[in-house]
Ligand binder design. Sequence first.
Ligand code: GLP
Length: 239
Amino acid sequence: MKIIVTKDNIEGGTKAFEIIKKGMEDGDKVLGLATGSSPIPLYDDMCDSDLDFSDMTSINLDEYYGLNPDNDQSYHYFMQKHLFDKKPFKHSYIPNGMAKDIDKEVDRYNDIIAANPIDIQILGIGRNGHIAFNEPGTPFGSLTHKVQLTESTIKANSRFFDNEDEVPRQAICMGIKSIMQSKKIVLLAFGESKQDAVKALVEGPVTEEVPASILQDHPDVTVICDEVAAAKLDPKYRN
Ligand SMILES: N[C@@H]1[C@@H](O)[C@H](O)[C@@H](COP(=O)(O)O)O[C@@H]1O
């Protein structure tokens, strides 16, 4: 696991952008994308760049269940606003949060992932160590599935909604096994609220209670965090 400690999230975004740029120069064609505030500086850099994604495929991690794509809290809306409006991809996939037949949607998404092996997966991390919406206790062998969000995630994500009651209680989410099959993984974590999650991810035991800890077993992971998020890490992990 490579750890890059940056001054702030802007510098962190630039570091992640450099990895994507280099990957594309080396022929990477499929990006796994994340939502949340952490990847926004990366998407800003991608939008401001002269990189062309029109021959690339993107696969998003997750979507709230029950939110329409034009709801401004849906991850469809988020991706359109922060990236795809300015930088369209050849194909962009996001779970359908309005799917009536969940099993069918889950199969569809697993087929998409199988047909488009992910070259670089971008991840954020939840305060409880979740990746995508894979909450503590999710089996490491999981594929795409419908998830019940925990109280901690509902509370944390309510900052984007008018109030906590409006946060959907369920989501459709790429599984941990699929995330681990990505060739490269770049995890972004910024700010004080991520200190414990970053420490558990890097130093803690590999346990399903901290979904991100499985990344210790992946051969090519870069964790990019700011000085504040890295503050509880043993100094030997900080540069
Ligand atoms: N499903 C998303 C995750 O993919 C994201 O990593 C997390 C942290 O978000 P933020 O980057 O805003 O802290 O929020 C949500 O739960």
